[in-house]
Design a protein. Structure first.
Length: 235
């Protein structure tokens, strides 16, 4: 954050914090990929691996939280450094929730694989990729303090929401036409909602980056309002 601190160790601690957040985010993204891959392939072993590895993400959150508290107690950071640590504490909670969504997808994938009905006949991959692109943009923005990246992440949220609504309509049609599909369709709808929520968590992380860099609280603002606030702050 600051180019130079009086203590070189403080710089190293902040860099370690950034690195750990990015590692945690990368693992959460990998978990979602594996869960969706296992869902479509019916690979129960892969899905069980996702469920098991969720504990690793939880432990990462605990470790980063502890490091943040150590830094606050030892360094008593101010201004932008304090905003960074506060933002990290908020961001790791959202990343942990992304991991929880991957675990949920995996559990439902195991349930669906045991049902009759053949291959999954609903397209979720594009929505998944868009939600994960949002997560990558938000984390890259965090690493680079790049507001253009996080603004792009926020803009993509409506695309994810729109795809979710389309999938929900498709599944409702299936259930109305054939009540035998209700259990399976509801499981798929829950998975689609979990993916939509990943986009929401990515949006939250993007908003924390705006707070970290500018000190602006843009929660609950539309993408247009976020961009307007950033332009006004630059003037």
């Amino acid at each position: 954050m600051n180019d130079h601190h009086t203590s070189k160790n403080f710089d190293l601690e902040l860099e370690s914090l950034r690195t750990r957040v990015l590692q945690m985010g990368g693992m959460a993204e990998q978990q979602v990929h594996k869960a969706v891959d296992g869902l479509y392939s019916g690979n129960k072993q892969l899905l069980e691996e996702v469920i098991r590895d969720d504990d690793l993400i939880n432990q990462m959150e605990v470790d980063i939280d502890a490091l943040c508290n150590q830094i606050i107690a030892k360094r008593q950071p101010t201004a932008i450094d304090l905003r960074m640590i506060v933002s990290v504490l908020k961001a790791i909670s959202d990343i942990e929730r992304v991991g929880d969504k991957a675990r949920k997808i995996a559990r439902l994938g195991i349930s669906i694989s045991s049902q009759s009905g053949g291959p999954l006949n609903v397209e979720l991959n594009h929505m998944t990729e868009t939600a994960l692109k949002m997560l990558r943009l938000a984390l890259d923005g965090f690493a680079r303090l790049d507001l253009a990246l996080v603004t792009e992440a926020v803009r993509l949220d409506e695309q994810v929401n729109s795809e979710y609504r389309g999938i929900a309509r498709q599944l409702i049609t299936y259930m109305m036409e054939d009540p035998r599909t209700i259990t399976r369709s509801l499981d798929i709808l829950t998975i689609a909602k979990a993916i939509e929520r990943i986009g929401d968590h990515a949006t939250n992380i993007a908003e924390y980056v705006v707070y970290m860099v500018k000190g602006l609280n843009v929660r609950h603002a539309t993408p247009e309002e976020v961009e307007a606030q950033l332009r006004n702050d630059d003037n």
